[in-house]
Ligand binder design. Structure first.
Ligand code: ATP
Length: 433
């Protein structure tokens, strides 16, 4: 690699101090004092430096130093009354106490034996450590102690790219080595409203096929990180435009309508939507077979898989839902068998259609409807505990939903009619409790 450029950036340390609160600030101060006493330099690296330069509030503290971190972690844990753990493979260590956690990583170089494989690592210089990173804006280090304290190591002109608003890889094989960087590039581009630098963009398009070399777990991880952004639809639209989604699976796609549904999802829910809802929204565009294949490709968890596949399965229910002759109780009976995120997703996508309206009613009202009478009340009326109790409760619930009863009194009359054999009780179908 080339010569490391040293840039004095006077305002970064004060910004770092301002960004840290109580426990972590004190822990960092202690670690830096101990490092100073050992005569070694610790650097803030990666996204933390980038976010300090950008002046973004919260800063991730990722620390790197040259050589093993264990002695420093041990000394810091003793001084702070905390614990330390060593992660041998990478020579890194974590120090944690009640209100802080600091990761101390050993500077390392990486070599990729084959595309997409996890890299082989060895102890190396801070310069090598920066050279293994994904983008110039993430490949800067701020010295936090020692003689270089306050100096910024910026060998790839990350500062220039931040100023220009560009996401740029460090070398031409970057996406081949690790194609998850394709998703990372889109994530940073859309989060910061940057652009992917022209040559990087050409490399990204050239290397799309290398997404095939990435394991399901890693692909899922980076896709979920994209979905965890404040406005994930921006990243997904960009992925669609660049062919990233199709490279993950030929049927996976995103469009303006889905983007609008994503935005509605955020307006609808108070806490930010769970990833399952976003996955279900993606599922509304898929056939059941494609949804299953994508769930498999992304090694989705059970809940995630149910959301994606559930939304794809629900597609076939929509023509039925849009009929005017079906009763609320029938809607509830059917929808109760589908995962909630799948129903929510279709309610967002099809909100304007008659079927969509019923989904909305189901979510807001119908699924909460309960009869006044419960199992104990039925027992008092002479219905022995057993399968019949469940059947009668279901009948009472259906009567409430369909407006045939609206009071406890009317429910009592209905039960008496059942006991007198004037009303027949339908038995539970498979899948209902
Ligand atoms: P975010 O702000 O989204 O948390 P971050 O920049 O902190 O992003 P992390 O995924 O936490 O990113 O990784 C920390 C740093 O590790 C990155 O800034 C980057 O320097 C490096 N890094 C992470 N993933 C990769 C990768 N796949 N290839 C190369 N470097 C990576």
């Amino acid at each position: 690699m080339g010569k490391i450029g040293l840039t004095k950036t006077a305002n970064l340390l004060p910004r770092l101090r301002a960004a840290l609160s109580g426990g972590i600030a004190q822990a960092l101060e202690t670690v830096l004092r101990l490092a100073d006493e050992e005569g070694r330099t610790l650097y803030l690296v990666g996204g933390g430096v980038r976010d300090l330069v950008l002046g973004r509030g919260q800063v991730d503290i990722d620390l790197v130093g040259e050589g093993a971190m264990r002695p420093l972690a041990e000394a810091a844990a003793a001084a702070l009354g905390g614990r330390w753990v060593e992660h041998r493979t990478f020579g890194t260590a974590t120090v944690e106490g009640q209100d802080f956690r600091l990761d101390l990583a050993m500077a390392r170089a990486e070599r990729y034996a084959r595309p997409g494989a996890l890299p082989r690592v060895r102890a190396a210089s801070i310069g090598d450590d920066l050279a293994r990173r994904d983008f110039t804006i993430n490949a800067m280090a701020l010295a936090l102690c020692g003689r270089q304290r306050g100096q910024l190591l910026d060998p790839f002109d990350g500062m220039g790219d931040i100023a220009r608003g560009l996401v740029r890889v460090l070398h031409d094989r970057s996406f081949i080595d690790d194609a998850t960087r394709i998703l990372r590039a889109v994530r940073y581009e859309t989060r910061f409203s940057f652009g992917i630098e022209q040559k990087t963009l050409a490399l990204l398009k050239r290397d799309l096929a290398y997404l095939d070399t990435i394991s399901g777990a890693r692909l899922q991880h980076d896709l979920l990180r994209l979905l965890a952004e404040d406005e994930p639809e921006k990243g997904l639209l960009r992925c669609q435009e660049l062919g990233v989604l199709a490279a993950i699976h030929k049927a996976l796609r995103f469009d303006d309508e889905l983007a609008a549904a994503f935005r509605r999802a955020r307006r609808a829910g108070q806490p930010p939507p769970q990833p399952e809802l976003y996955l279900a929204l993606l599922g509304t565009r898929l056939s059941p077979a494609d949804a299953e294949a994508i769930a498999l490709r992304l090694a989705l968890s059970k809940r995630q898989r149910q959301a994606l596949e559930g939304a794809a399965d629900l597609t076939q229910l929509l023509p039925w839902l849009s009929r005017s002759d079906i009763r609320p109780s029938q809607v509830v009976e059917r929808l109760a068998l589908h995962p909630l995120p799948a129903v929510q997703a279709w309610a967002l996508v099809a909100s304007q259609s008659p079927g969509g309206e019923k989904l909305g009613h189901y979510l807001e009202q119908w699924r909460y409807v309960k009869p006044s009478l419960d199992g104990r009340a039925l027992a008092r009326l002479g219905i022995a505990r057993g399968p019949l109790t469940g059947d009668v409760l279901r009948l009472l619930k259906a009567a409430r939903l369909d407006g045939q009863t609206s009071s406890r009194q009317q429910e009592l009359e209905l039960v008496r009619a059942v006991l007198a054999g004037r009303v027949e009780v339908p038995e539970a179908k498979a899948g209902e409790q």
